[in-house]
Design a binder for this molecule. Structure first.
Ligand code: DX5
Ligand code: ZN
Length: 222
């Protein structure tokens, strides 16, 4: 059986009791905490900064934290997120003037690096940087908000990226972000995803354990 990672996206969590809510999602079987950082500039929404990541670490969250940066400029604040406790830092290539340099900066700060590709971003952006990437995150919605519908053409893109990763021989995780539901997760996994970022599907339900069990049940079908 293939290893599938479930990443609760905290954009849909209860911000008034964030530490507790995330710990419950992790205790229920979540693998990686996904934090959406938005700046009301690169995307039309505003969320959290490094101090929230630090607060989660101080609260006792020990699971890996993937910081999904939807901000521009991207470089200045990367060391702050690393210091705050990020494990992975993922950014959008459109938000960086120097993609290779930004990937290098993330590694120099002791984090794993990811590139997040919007639905219309072509894959050739990956051509010369595969060796510097730990995660390729395919957006299956346009970035900025939770609770949007999965864009069906992403399935084809997932298959293409799966083939690219397998051909490269690098150990790169293929993450999919946006609109993942218990109904569509099996098709997303079959197309080749390794990490499933789930926001509203998880946090909008009362019973996280049952929801993650339902997700695993679907994933075990492939
Ligand atoms: C959207 C974010 C996602 C979002 C997913 O820009 O990157 O991580 O929280 O939320 P759902 O799972 O509700 O689509
Ligand atoms: Zn995200």
């Amino acid at each position: 059986m293939k290893k599938c990672l479930i990443a609760p996206s905290i954009l849909s969590a209860d911000f008034a009791r964030l530490g507790e809510d995330i710990s419950q999602a992790l205790d229920a079987g979540g693998d990686i905490v996904h934090c959406d950082v938005m700046d009301n500039h690169y995307v039309p929404n505003l969320t959290m900064g490094p101090m929230v990541i630090k607060a989660l670490r101080d609260y006792g969250v020990t699971a890996p934290i993937d910081v999904h940066l939807m901000i521009t400029p991207v470089e200045r604040i990367i060391p702050d997120f690393a210091k705050a406790g990020a494990s992975y830092i993922t950014f959008h290539p459109e938000a960086s003037n120097h993609i290779d340099r930004t990937l290098q900066l993330i590694a120099e700060n002791g984090c794993n690096a990811g590139l997040a590709l919007n639905p219309a971003t072509p894959l050739n952006i990956l051509d010369y940087v595969m060796q510097k990437i730990n995660i390729i995150l395919l957006m299956s919605v346009n970035p900025g908000f939770s609770k949007q519908s999965f864009i069906p053409s992403t399935l084809h893109k997932i298959r293409q990226v799966r083939a690219l990763i397998d051909k490269s021989g690098y150990n790169i995780c293929l993450a999919v972000d946006g609109g993942i539901t218990i109904k569509n997760i099996k098709n997303i996994a079959t197309a080749g995803a390794d990490m499933f970022i789930v926001g509203s599907t998880l946090f909008d339900r009362m019973n996280y354990k049952k929801t993650i069990e339902d997700i695993r049940f679907e994933l075990n079908k492939i």
